[in-house]
Unconditional design. Structure first.
Length: 210
């Protein structure tokens, strides 16, 4: 006989360590946003960088621990990509607001944001078809370059006082991340559209069958 999960079992699934790390990443979003919005001292930039870096590291560990400890949950799978995209999108927007990203470099940020929205929509559609497009090695490199770029840009003026060229280096990496974003985004779209076309073909065939 199958028994419904008890309240204690559900609570353990919700409050296991991998999920707690994901919750922490969600909470990092308003913290980093506030520090970049009201930054008046260099220490606020450094604190924002520390929080962002900690959140980025948890992105690796929450998934690894969930698989290693068999603690994968529906809530965790839902929140994990949301937390990632919120952290990147909010931080990029605040860096534009703060003037760290400006002029033509704003387009690099726009490319990254548009890709995240586009891929999220496609992933949601493919989930309805019960299709999963695997993450490529290049996409993982894109994410790494993107996070490092944002880290240097968060340091911004505070970083310039310690290491001249911090912002320039961050912007260069941001453009590299944008280029990788276009390539991997197109690759993902192409793989996803194959499933969309196959699904439409299947529907048309079913509609025409006697």
């Amino acid at each position: 006989m199958l028994h419904a999960p008890t309240l204690t079992t559900r609570s353990r699934r919700i409050w296991n360590l991998p999920n707690i790390l994901t919750y922490g990443r969600v909470l990092a979003v308003p913290a980093v946003t506030a520090l970049l919005f009201w930054h008046t001292e260099n220490w606020m930039r450094w604190l924002a960088l520390a929080i962002f870096a900690a959140a980025a590291v948890t992105d690796y560990f929450d998934g690894y621990l969930a698989r290693a400890w068999q603690q994968q949950s529906t809530l965790g799978r839902m929140l994990d990509p949301i937390a990632d995209k919120l952290l990147v999108a909010a931080t990029l927007l605040m860096l534009v607001h703060a003037g760290t990203i400006q002029s033509w470099s704003i387009w690099a940020a726009i490319v990254i944001l548009c890709r995240e929205i586009l891929v999220s929509g496609l992933r949601e559609f493919l989930a309805e078809l019960r299709v999963s497009v695997p993450v490529t090695a290049l996409a993982k490199w894109k994410t790494t370059v993107q996070l490092v770029a944002i880290g240097f840009l968060i340091a911004g003026p505070a970083g310039e006082a310690v290491l001249p060229g911090t912002i320039t280096f961050g912007l260069t990496l941001l453009w590299i991340a944008a280029a990788l974003t276009i390539y991997t985004g197109w690759d993902y779209m192409r793989a996803g559209m194959r499933h969309v076309i196959d699904d439409e073909t299947g529907v048309d065939s079913a509609g025409r069958s006697p």
